[in-house]
Design a protein around this ligand. Structure first.
Ligand code: PEP
Ligand code: MN
Length: 468
């Protein structure tokens, strides 16, 4: 079936078995977005490979399962109540070449290390989530990029086109969606093996943190690290063997930007007959595509996954209440997460009206801080970067605002990697601009490196201890 055929379909539900095979082709309303304003997509429906790529994705197995997605929603309901904390971390944009065992394990390890520190700081369970296994599509400020006298389509993430500035690489290629699917499947396979096969054993994670602590630059964290170490040794000495220490749940999240990909990977849950995006457990709408009457909000309103929405400094309280109405009309605990990215200079002024409006409406949402996207600057040598101090200042502002409003600061969303890159400025092991030429790898936004990520976790743990 071609897209044109699919648009013509207005038939009601067919039998669940059929729907599973056709990727929810006939489910009512799932194609309403095609008639709505749709931003940030490649123009590729006329491409000779589009229909084949779309068909292949539609018939491939789901990457995640509805039961897992529901479990995550329960976990997020606990976060909304203030009984757990959410940690989301990973690349700004995953790359196909970045799907290696070393890079994936370093990233998962770093997230687990951060989670141990946060669990201790908060004395609460931490819900762990990677910007991984699907974070391939990027919104851009302009459709075209000009260098000298050459103008080509902008790079939109490797699920759409290549980064190299050549015509061949920049022309959108729908087959890349199929590659992204397979890369995501291998990533998830490894993540599942790591987190369920003993790699996440709390004692091992604690050992990894020792390496970090041995560096004198991190002496200020010695107290917290020492306490965690004693707690882990105490449990070990008591012979505590429970499963919770050995394996962990780890969820996959990405921005649901490329709606052809999300639509093709939508499946009907055979238990309930309801649609789920199966490209990841959690998906979010970005700051540039969260228009109330736009295609992205409409599409996500129709699937059952827990959802995030990014909120930048120009968001009004009315918009936030309308987003709740559209995306969580039934006020389901765990359904909706607001990820605020105000910038350190704005957060203390811009966040309170939003938090207060939601609080006063009685809606229960998860509030998460993304201290990265409001703090991007250009370094003197031209690289896109962020100052570690600005990032931390936004996190502190987030905690202050929630303390004053009597609401719960539920989580942290960061762009980070497990590798020793130099992309963000500062941190105790100071990174300065001179390191960028040799160790800047990100294709899009700058990430915290392994040490900066851990340092942030210790600082947030301190802030969390004060929340209680
Ligand atoms: C991102 O998370 O990489 C991103 C583009 O964020 P935002 O939509 O908040 O700008
Ligand atoms: Mn980014």
């Amino acid at each position: 079936m071609t897209i044109a055929d699919e648009n013509r379909l207005e038939t009601p539900l067919t039998a669940p078995g059929e729907i599973l095979q056709t990727g929810a082709a006939d489910y009512p309303g799932l194609d309403a977005w095609r008639q709505l304003p749709l931003k940030q997509q490649p123009d590729w429906h006329g491409h000779p490979d589009f229909d084949d790529a779309y068909e292949e994705l539609s018939s491939n197995p789901p990457l995640v399962f509805a039961g897992e997605v529901d479990k995550l929603k329960d976990r997020l309901a606990s976060v909304a109540k203030g009984e757990a904390f959410l940690l989301q971390g990973g690349d700004c944009a995953e790359t196909f070449d970045g799907v290696t065992a070393d890079k994936i394990s370093a990233r998962v390890k770093t997230i687990l290390q951060m989670a141990v520190v946060l669990t201790y700081g908060a004395s609460l369970p931490v819900v762990k989530m990677g910007r991984m296994a699907g974070q391939y599509a990027k919104p851009r400020s302009s459709d075209m990029e000009t260098r000298g006298d050459v103008t080509l389509p902008s790079f939109r993430g490797e699920i759409v086109n290549g980064f190299d500035f050549t015509e061949q690489s920049r022309i959108p290629d729908p087959k890349r969606m199929v590659t992204a699917y397979h890369k995501s499947a291998s990533t998830l396979n490894l993540v599942r093996a790591f987190t369920e096969g003993g790699f996440a054993d709390l004692r091992a994670v604690q050992q990894w943190n020792k390496g970090f602590m041995e560096n004198p630059a991190h002496a200020r964290y010695e107290q917290i690290a020492g306490e965690i170490d004693r707690a882990v040794r105490f449990m070990d000495a008591c012979g505590v063997e429970f499963d919770g220490l050995k394996r962990t749940e780890f969820y996959a999240a990405h921005e649901a930007l490329l709606l052809d990909y999300e639509r093709a990977l939508t499946r009907i849950d055979s238990r309930t007959g309801e649609p789920y995006v199966t490209s990841g457990h959690f998906v979010w709408v970005g700051e540039r595509t969260r228009d109330l009457d736009g295609a992205h909000v409409d599409y996500l309103s129709r699937v059952r996954n827990p959802l995030g929405v990014k909120l930048g400094p120009n968001t009004s309280p009315e918009t936030v209440l309308e987003l709740i109405e559209k995306l969580d009309p039934a006020r389901e605990p765990g359904r909706l997460t607001f990820i605020t990215r105000m910038g350190a200079a704005n957060i203390r002024e811009k966040l309170p009206p939003l938090v207060e409006a939601v609080r006063d409406s009685g809606a229960e949402v998860v509030w998460v801080t993304d201290p990265m996207h409001g703090n991007t600057i250009t370094a003197k040598n031209g690289y896109k970067t962020r100052r570690f101090d600005d990032v931390m200042d936004e996190v502190r502002g987030f905690f202050e605002v929630h303390r004053a409003a009597g609401t719960y600061p539920g989580g942290l969303h960061v762009e980070m990697t497990g590798d020793d890159v130099a992309e963000c400025l500062g941190g105790s092991d100071v990174i300065d601009e001179s390191a960028f030429d040799a160790r800047y790898e990100s294709l899009v936004d700058p990430r915290l490196n392994h040490k900066q990520s851990l340092e942030m976790a210790f600082l947030v743990a301190e802030a969390l201890t004060q929340v209680k």
